[in-house]
Design a protein around this ligand. Structure first.
Ligand code: FES
Length: 123
């Protein structure tokens, strides 16, 4: 066995040891290299919500229950969501295992119906 083969075997073994796992809805998903959290969830057909996949629409917003998300994954969220440990799964490339949950944005309270009569123009 040449030294190149040994180095390759060590690299493969180390990669297996550092495989990041996502714990979501009582299942465990192993991330592949260069995958976002959303990519992992979609590859495993979890039905995770998403739209733009570019960190813009916030459809993929999730909550981290355990673990650290990279700063980039939540830096553009408003403080209200940061305080609830929210992050965007489509731009989240964690270096450690995460336990996450789907985040449901609270609905805006509907405006009370106003009972004003519309004024018609007088001719
Ligand atoms: S899918 Fe749009 S922000 Fe993640």
């Amino acid at each position: 066995m040449c030294s190149g083969t040994v180095i390759l075997l060590i690299a493969v073994a180390c990669e297996d040891l550092t495989m990041v796992k996502i714990y979501y809805k009582e299942q465990v998903y192993e991330m592949q290299s260069n995958e976002s959290v959303l990519d992992t969830l979609l590859r495993n057909e979890t039905g995770a919500p998403f739209a733009c996949q570019k960190g813009v629409c916030q459809s993929c917003m999730m909550q981290v229950i355990k673990g650290e998300v990279p700063k980039r994954a939540n830096e553009y969220l408003i403080s209200k969501y940061k305080e609830q440990d929210c992050f965007l799964a489509c731009i989240c490339y964690p270096s450690e295992d995460l336990t996450i949950a789907t985040f449901v944005k609270p609905k805006r309270p509907s405006r009370p119906a106003t009972k004003t009569k519309a004024k018609l123009p007088q001719f």
